[in-house]
Design a protein around this ligand. Structure first.
Ligand code: NDP
Length: 287
């Protein structure tokens, strides 16, 4: 069997097309959706993410504000900016790019963002709402995965779903979303015994670990849907330095029924869902 590939680039373009139409409709009613992004420090990967988020806003007819601070900025300066943005009715989404420098209390920074503008969905109030099955903002990466499953018509209710990874930004919310749609969910992590025993039972397997090609074809149930969230670099070999996932695509594609590639799978969907959350926030102001 050769798996069908879920094209995250094409799905992302289609979702963004819909967002551009919604942005135009909002503008006619006097509202321009606006995302404010705060970046602290010089981490090159963070700078690229922020650039892509800002560009994504511009291409879909949304406004963006970008605030860049040096690594040694006083946290009070960043907190003051967040307070100002919380109070600004023309701003619908606020995002602080992680990771923050060591002298910052990241949790306190995330909690300072108004839950009504927390488009990353990381504020405790929004995490709680997601747990209760009544989410206000769904964290972008798992939200993108759910969109992919929906677009492919993957049956979730009753399915065995296995999520490998239990981080607050991917693994845990991913598991909650699958549970909310009535999958039977197993969460695996670094202390799980016999990972392959679990993954081989999965009708839907989501890998969010951060370890190059750790899920191999022999760990996958024939016909399963395999979603690879991982973003790693090949450590060696002819592709050294190039992007790869947590799933060994070459062996997995011969066993899975549906699979996401890396690059071109979950990655493009993440920023698209950030834009979606910002749009939803802006639309709420008119309700
Ligand atoms: P974290 O490092 O926060 O979490 C990794 C998780 O993997 C942990 O729960 C850890 O377990 C678990 N883990 C580590 N080793 C093993 C193992 N051998 N077997 C089973 N589980 C293991 O990472 P993130 O959740 O932030 O990200 C995961 C991956 O997804 C990364 O590659 C990241 O780059 C990528 N990513 C991609 C995004 C995208 O847009 N495509 C967005 C966000 C992340 P434990 O809790 O026990 O330590």
């Amino acid at each position: 069997m050769t798996a069908r590939i879920i094209d995250g680039v094409a799905l992302s373009a289609s979702v963004r097309g819909g967002l551009a139409e919604r942005a135009a409709a909002l503008k006619e009613r006097g509202v321009t959706p606006c995302l404010a992004v705060l970046l602290v420090g010089e981490d090159p990967a963070s700078a690229v993410y922020v650039r892509n988020k800002v560009a994504g806003c511009e291409k879909t007819g949304m406004r963006s504000l970008k605030f860049v601070y040096p690594t040694d900025v006083e946290p009070a300066v960043v907190f003051a900016k967040i307070a100002e943005l919380n109070a600004d009715a023309s701003v619908h989404g606020i995002l602080v790019q992680l990771p923050l420098p060591k002298h910052f209390d990241s949790e306190a920074v995330l909690e300072a963002i108004s839950p009504a503008k927390d488009v990353d969905g990381f504020h405790a109030e929004n995490v709680g709402a997601l747990m209760q099955g009544n989410p206000r903002f769904i964290p972008c990466t798992p939200y993108g995965v759910m969109k992919m499953l929906e677009s492919e018509g993957v049956k979730i209710a009753g399915a065995e779903a296995v999520v490998v990874g239990r981080s607050n930004i991917v693994g845990k919310p991913m598991a909650m979303l699958l549970l909310a749609q009535s999958a039977t969910v197993t969460i695996c992590h670094s202390r799980s015994k016999d990972l392959a025993f679990h993954t081989r039972r999965a009708d839907i397997l989501v890998a969010a670990v951060g370890k190059e090609r750790m899920i191999t074809g022999d760990m996958i149930k024939p016909g399963a849907t395999v979603i690879d969230v991982g973003m790693n670099r090949f450590a060696s070999g002819p592709n050294a330095g190039k992007l790869c996932g947590d799933v060994d695509f070459e062996t997995a594609k011969d066993v899975a029924g549906l699979i996401t590639p890396v690059p071109g799978g979950v990655g493009p969907m993440t920023i698209t869902m950030l834009l979606t959350n910002t749009m939803e926030s802006a639309e709420r102001t008119l309700k």
